[in-house]
Design a protein around this ligand. Structure first.
Ligand code: HEM
Length: 126
């Protein structure tokens, strides 16, 4: 009887330890994947391929962002489409207006900066 209990506890430790190792490894892989993605280097040509509402990448201050998921919830509406496929630093800094002729200095806006940071996918090649 005692042997059965000891065997049961050992089995639990082995199975539990195995699961912990597998799950632990997976989450550290995911973390590395995320970091690797953000460190990817793109050319202006790469970004230019993503120049539409349904697939919109942009460059701001030398960093590359995938705006696709953000376009439908941009508070300035479709003005953001002027950024798709190009370097939008001048738009973001309010130095150049969007298609509707409106613009604002986003670089002073905490919400815009915070939203942008979450969309980073890499940097521009030198
Ligand atoms: C070509 C690029 C862009 C243009 C022309 C543009 C234009 C505008 C305009 C005109 C507004 C004012 C909306 C209004 O109050 O009527 C606005 C607001 C806003 N935009 Fe953009 N935008 C651009 C890119 C972006 C990007 C890349 C982000 C962030 C990922 C962003 C985030 C925001 C936010 C958070 C607001 C609301 C600001 C506030 O009033 O608190 N925009 N945008």
């Amino acid at each position: 009887m005692n042997n059965k209990i000891i065997f049961g506890i050992l089995a639990l430790i082995i199975v539990g330890g195995g699961l912990f190792l597998i799950l632990g490894n997976n989450s550290s892989n995911n973390k590395q994947q995320t970091l690797a993605d953000e460190n990817t280097v793109y050319s202006t040509g790469d970004v230019a391929q993503h120049n539409q509402k349904s697939d919109c990448w942009t460059i701001i201050d030398g960093e590359v962002y995938d705006l696709t998921s953000y376009v439908p919830r941009h508070q300035g509406g479709d003005d953001i489409l002027a950024a798709c496929g190009v370097d939008a630093t001048s738009y973001f800094n309010g130095e150049q207006a969007g298609d509707s002729g409106r613009t604002q200095n986003h670089s002073l806006n905490g919400t815009a900066l915070g939203d942008l940071a979450k969309l980073k996918i890499g940097s521009l090649a030198n």
